[in-house]
Design a protein around this ligand. Structure first.
Ligand code: MRU
Length: 366
């Protein structure tokens, strides 16, 4: 994807150094600031405060964090300490554990002196794989987009040129990955292929990943979109203004249940009520066969009540400002994710193709 017209990745190695730079997502869309990470503690901090976020990018950053730790101390003890530090940063996105396990499995059989190079190479490979995986998700998703648009065209008056209206939630785009995105990969490929695509961007309170991140990256790529408040989705679906929904995932359980940003479940319910397809795009690294039942077993991150009682943005002078929305004593609860039961998902779109969200289909793909 392009940032200010230049092709970039959200995490990039710094030439000749054992360090990376990340695009600080807490400052978007107002400022484009790249931050250097060179230690496990810095990588853990970037994930914890959400300078990087989105399941695949959390994994890619954690993998680099482990590589930084091994460059400082390649012992088994240091590996275990860094693994635990990074794993504790965020609980729901399973790509975090998947990436840490992948790097650890690569380095554990090696003598300590060989571990840092191997971990660095594995972290780089995780990033390269993410780019290829998401491009493949985009191709499979594009086929579904074409089918939905073709059905709309065939039921529209001949003189009309219908637009494909896509609803998404949170940010499952380029910014949540190394490149392309998951849910937004088919959007970009559809746009690039000349399909008339328009995206409804759900703001995604309380951290506003839709308003601040998805709208920003769609603008960078020139994709037509409109921001809506989270509560507008049901209304738009009811009015026939949405042709398909597509979201990303933080973890998909063995039974096909999908954990994703809070608010996803309500959109899936509304989509089902109005007969609109609800797609979930994910790399297979987001599939967690060790979690049997998503609704029952997926851990849901609890975040600060302050994110709910306050809003953060830039004031008229471009200075960062935080305002209180409630009385000073209002208490709030902040579940960061919810779980959409598999029965509400029309199809999962992975790098190996689309399939129903059933245990058998997932087992076959995974
Ligand atoms: O809390 P976040 O911003 O990390 O949550 C991100 C999401 O819920 C995304 O939809 C998901 O991780 C997929 S990102 C490609």
């Amino acid at each position: 994807m392009k940032v200010e017209g230049r092709p970039r990745h959200t995490i990039e190695p710094l030439p000749g150094r054992r360090a990376v730079q990340i695009l600080d997502q807490t400052l978007l869309p107002h400022a484009i600031v790249w931050r250097e990470l060179a230690t496990a503690a810095e990588a853990a901090h970037a994930i914890r405060v959400m300078q990087v976020r989105g399941a695949p990018l959390i994994g890619a950053t954690a993998a680099h964090g482990l590589a930084f730790a091994l460059a400082a101390d390649p012992s088994d003890a240091a590996l275990a300490t860094a693994y635990e530090l990074l794993l504790a940063t965020r609980p729901t996105a399973v790509n975090l554990r998947w990436a840490l396990d992948r790097v650890r499995a690569r380095v554990l059989p090696l003598p300590p002196a060989a571990r840092a190079d191997a971990a660095w190479a594995e972290a780089a490979q995780i990033c390269a794989d993410d780019v290829a995986t998401n491009a493949a998700i985009g191709r499979h998703g594009l086929e579904l987009f074409r089918a939905v648009l073709a059905a709309k065209v065939s039921s529209s008056p001949a003189a009309e040129r219908p637009v494909l209206n896509v609803l998404t939630h949170c940010n499952a785009g380029w910014l949540g990955c190394v490149d392309w995105g998951t849910a937004l990969a088919p959007v970009y490929q559809a746009h690039d292929a000349g399909l008339p695509v328009h995206v409804w961007v759900s703001e995604t309170r309380p951290r506003n990943q839709g308003a601040s991140l998805t709208a920003w990256e769609l603008t960078q790529h020139g994709v037509p979109h409109t921001l809506i408040v989270d509560n507008a989705a049901g209304h738009l679906l009811q009015r026939g203004l949405v042709d398909l929904c597509i979201v990303g995932a933080d973890r998909v359980a063995a039974n096909g249940d999908v954990a994703n940003k809070i608010g996803t479940y309500l959109k899936a319910l509304a989509a089902r009520a109005h007969g609109v397809p609800f797609y979930v795009a994910l790399p297979l690294s987001t599939f967690d066969p060790t979690t049997a039942d998503g609704v029952r077993d997926i851990p849901i991150e609890q975040r600060s009540a302050r994110e709910v009682t306050h809003a953060v943005g830039n004031d008229a002078n471009g200075a960062r400002a935080e305002v209180l929305l409630t009385t000073a004593t209002t208490s709030a609860r902040n579940d960061a994710f919810d779980v959409t039961p598999a029965a509400l998902v029309t199809a999962l779109i992975t790098e190996r193709g689309a399939c129903p969200a059933t245990q058998a289909d997932l087992a076959r793909l995974g």
